[in-house]
Structures are given as C-alpha cells and as structure tokens.
Design a protein around this ligand. Structure first.
Ligand SMILES: [Zn+2]
Length: 284
C-alpha cells in the first residue's frame, strides 16, 4: 500500500447557530517542500539585495572621500605653486642683494620645480626641492647680512660734513712753530666750532673723556681691533658703552687740548697702530 504523502490539518469552525463543523485541509508534502525552497530563495534574494545596498553605500562614501581628497590635493598644489612663486621672487631679491653685499650668489643647478612652466606633479620630491631652495636662500641671506654688518663697521664716511682738509697722516712741521717736525697720527679737518661730528661706522663708545693733548675725545670700537678717534671736541654728546650707528652724531668740533684752532683731529687705529684714515675714506 502506498504511504500517504499528505499532511492533514483539522480546523474546527463554529457557526453562529452553535452547530460545529469539522473541516479537513490536506497539503501534499511535495508542496510543503517546494514552499520551503521558495521561501529560502526569497530570503537569499532579499539578503543579497541588502548586501548590494550596503556595498553601494560604501562605494558612495569612498567616491565622496575621493572627491574631497582630489579637491584638497588641488588646493595644496595651488598653495605650493604660490610658495614657489614667492621663493622665485626672494631668489631674485637675493641675487640683487649679492651685488650690494659682494657675497657671491651660487646659482643652483637644475630647477627641479621647473620655474615658469606648468605645474606637473605634486609629490614629496617637489616639496623637498622647495625646502632645499629655501635652505639655500637662508644661508645666502645670512652671508649677505654678515657682509653688510661687517661693512657697517668699517669707517668709510667722513666724520664731518664739509670743513677743510688740512694736515694729513704722516710727518709734518710742528704746528706750534719752532721748526721741528713730528709724526701726525691722524687727519685734521678744519671746521667752525660746533660743527656736528658723526661716527664713521657702527661701533661702541669706549672713551668719552679728556685725554692729554687730544682734549675732549671720543673713541669708538668697531671690532676686529679697529678704533676711530675724534679729538679736540668742544662738546661730547655720547657716553661710554653707548652703541652708535654710522652717521650718528657724537659731538661737536672744538679746539680743546693741543690745538691751534677749531678742527677735528680724526684717527683710525688698528690695535695700537694709527693708520692713514684716507685709506678708508672716499675721495673728497
Ligand atoms: Zn691732528
């Protein structure tokens, strides 16, 4: 006898007239299996769809992130380009400065960033090339600064404006007469009493006092053993220890000490040895 492949369900239904009726529903097992397979299929499809949706969302997030990074990259390129233009300009200025300071400007080899050309790639190499140029500029500027500071300490301007150049450095007759001769250690410039006397270079006041023979004197130290001496002043306007820049007033022409009339006695010394100030002065 063939086995019954059906499942039976019995439903008891009540009618309004209190008569009950039993109903029998039978489902073939084959259908039940088919329904199970169908349900599993539907579930799988739904799960796959859900998975696809989450993947799509993730993809969109990555796209968004990529776009953001692209914009950021573009912004950085622009900034680097601007920076490169600024470095170009500073390099030009440094080149001009080297003509003034006398410091030789070392030309760089190949310009890794291709100045003036299109901006091709932004990478670590471009950034480090720019860094190298900036470092090069820094050392150039330090050299210019040192050279200019050194030059500012050389007594290269006349300590008074105008006046008449009288006795120079070297052997001369005794200005007080008597026919004897003496070695004159500086440059004399005759000028009216009260004529401003200025520092011939940047320096520090190491003496602002009376000195035998020199009268009221100011001595400036310019470093490297170099000093300048301003003698016979009628008035001293600086104090010892004061730092002066080239051209700043330190006193007034007078005739104090061993002097025959108002004039400035100007000496330049290297160590203790007086040298001719004319070596340092522009021709008049
Ligand atoms: Zn003199």
């Amino acid at each position: 006898m063939k086995r019954d492949e059906r499942l039976y369900a019995f439903i008891v239904a009540h009618t309004s007239r209190s008569r009950s009726r039993i109903r029998r529903i039978s489902i073939h097992k084959r259908w039940l299996k088919a329904s199970g397979v169908l349900a599993a299929l539907v579930l799988c499809t739904a799960l796959y769809g859900l998975y696809g949706l989450t993947q799509q969302a993730a993809h969109m997030r990555i796209e968004e992130e990529n776009e953001r990074l692209r914009l950021e990259n573009e912004r950085q390129r622009q900034q680097l380009k601007k920076l490169e233009n600024r470095v170009d300009a500073i390099e030009d200025a440094s080149r001009r400065l080297s003509e003034i300071s006398g410091v030789s400007h070392e030309e760089e080899g190949t310009d890794a960033l291709g100045a003036g050309g299109p901006w091709l790639n932004l990478d670590a190499a471009a950034v480090s090339a720019l860094e190298a140029r900036a470092a090069h500029l820094e050392s150039d500027l330090r050299a210019h600064e040192a050279a200019l500071r050194e030059r500012a300490r050389v007594p290269s301007i006349w300590p008074i404006e105008g006046g008449e150049v009288t006795d120079s450095y070297g052997v001369r007759g005794n200005p007080f007469g008597g026919g004897s001769s003496e070695f004159h250690l500086g440059q004399d410039i005759a000028a009216p009493r009260g004529t401003p006397v200025v520092a011939a270079a940047d320096g520090v006041v190491v003496k602002a006092d009376w000195q035998s023979g020199y009268g009221q004197i100011v001595i400036l130290d310019h470093g490297n053993g170099l000093t300048t001496h301003y003698a016979h002043l009628s008035k001293i306007e600086v104090t010892e220890g004061q730092e002066l820049t080239r051209g700043s007033q330190l006193g007034q022409v007078g005739s104090t000490g061993r002097s025959t009339g108002p004039h400035l006695h100007y000496e330049v010394r290297i160590g203790d040895v007086a040298v001719s100030p004319l070596h340092y002065l522009p021709a008049r």
